[in-house]
Structures are given as structure tokens and as C-alpha cells.
Design a protein around this ligand. Structure first.
Ligand SMILES: Cc1cc2nc3c(=O)[nH]c(=O)nc-3n(C[C@H](O)[C@H](O)[C@H](O)COP(=O)(O)O)c2cc1C
Length: 188
């Protein structure tokens, strides 16, 4: 069975990302074809990238990088739960992605975006980044609007159709995550 990380892409106090990630996790728990874990980049206390050697070399000098590397390497696929900040993903998530390289390669990714325009530009931004990391990003995605899925722009009350969108995204993610796991095993 493949292992999937649901990555909380924001770190700011009062962030909505944690609630959104937990909602995705609860929907994911209804299925038995993959294992899921919420991963909070905040827990890894990553500074702005401070490794002297490019991550593609895999020679890390800091404990925080080794801890982050071990966690990300342990998964076959990722759900990035991303806010939209200035038409892109968060600096914190981009920084956390940039810390590593081979840990991401030949894995799969799905996206849950949220924001004033449902995080669509943040997800498009992440899809570009995934290409360079050789991560296969699935088409089905989830977009949550601050206007219609958060009461008074604060309390998370997702419209009912979003659960189906999460399921479609996970269906594709599990299929691709499984196929790429087979590929990695053949290459090993
Ligand atoms: C620095 C910053 C920039 C933002 N830029 C955008 C934006 O370009 N487009 C948008 O739709 N929402 C934007 N928003 C609204 C956020 O998507 C929204 O506040 C969201 O809840 C942020 O995620 P978080 O609460 O998990 O940090 C921005 C918010 C912040 C804090």
C-alpha cells in the first residue's frame, strides 16, 4: 500500500491551512487503498534554505534538513494543501520543497488550493515546480474559496461538492503513486 503525505503549506499564526489539511485527512481516512499522514512543515523549523551544496547532490549538513529529508523520503505521493499568496504558493512551502531533490523524484502529487480565488494560481505555480522535480502532478484538484467555503471568511464550511473533488484527486494520486512506486522499485 502506498503512503501519502498531506502537507500543510502555510505556517503563519491563525493559518487556515491546518483545518483544511485535517478535513482532507478525514476524507482520506474513509478509504483503505493508501495510508495517509498529515505533515506540518512548521514542525521542522526550516530556516530559509541554508544548505551550502545544491540539494540535487544530497549532501546535507544540518539536522533540520536530514529530519525533513527522512520524512519526505518515506512517502510515495503528496497532497499539497496550499494557500495562495500573491498569485503563488507560500514562501514557506516553496522553501521546504527547495530543501530536497531526490526525495521528490518519481513520486506523484495532488493539490488542494484555497484563497480568494480558490488557490488556482498557487496550484498552477506548484505544477511548474513539480515538473523540475520530476513529480507527476494529477489533473483533478480541489479549490476552496474564502467567499463560499469559509463562513465570514474564517470558519471552514466547505460546500458539499468538494468532498467528491477530494476523492477524484485521491483516486488519480493513488493510481499514479502506485505506478511510480513500481517504477522506482524496478530502477533500484
Ligand atoms: C501575504 C498574502 C498574500 C495573499 N495573496 C492572495 C492572492 O494573491 N490571491 C488570493 O486569492 N488570496 C490571497 N491571499 C489570501 C489567502 O489566500 C488567504 O488569506 C488564506 O487563508 C491564506 O492561507 P493561510 O490562512 O493558511 O495562511 C493572500 C494572503 C496573504 C497573507
Amino acid at each position: 500500500m502506498i503512503r501519502i503525505a498531506i502537507i500543510i503549506g502555510s505556517t503563519r499564526p491563525g493559518r487556515k491551512g491546518e483545518t483544511v489539511a485535517k478535513w482532507v485527512y478525514e476524507i482520506a481516512q474513509k478509504r483503505s487503498d493508501a495510508e495517509f499522514e498529515v505533515v506540518d512543515i512548521k514542525d521542522y523549523n526550516l530556516p530559509l534554505l541554508d544548505e551550502p551544496i545544491s540539494p540535487i547532490m544530497g549532501k546535507y549538513t544540518h539536522q533540520h534538513t536530514n529530519d525533513w529529508s527522512a520524512k519526505i523520503a518515506s512517502f510515495d505521493a503528496y497532497v499539497f494543501v496550499t494557500p495562495e499568496y500573491n498569485h503563488a504558493t507560500s514562501g514557506a512551502l516553496k522553501n521546504a520543497i527547495d530543501f530536497l531533490y531526490h526525495e521528490w523524484v518519481n513520486k506523484a502529487a495532488g493539490f488542494v488550493g484555497y484563497g480568494g480565488t480558490a488557490g488556482v494560481r498557487a496550484v498552477e505555480n506548484l505544477r511548474l515546480v513539480m515538473g523540475e522535480l520530476q513529480v507527476a502532478d494529477v489533473k483533478a484538484q480541489v479549490g476552496l474559496s474564502l467567499f463560499t467555503d469559509f463562513e465570514n471568511f474564517s470558519v471552514f464550511k466547505p460546500a458539499p461538492q468538494h468532498e467528491k473533488a477530494v476523492t477524484s484527486m485521491l483516486d488519480q494520486l493513488i493510481a499514479w503513486g502506485g505506478a511510480l512506486k513500481t517504477l522506482r522499485e524496478k530502477q533500484a
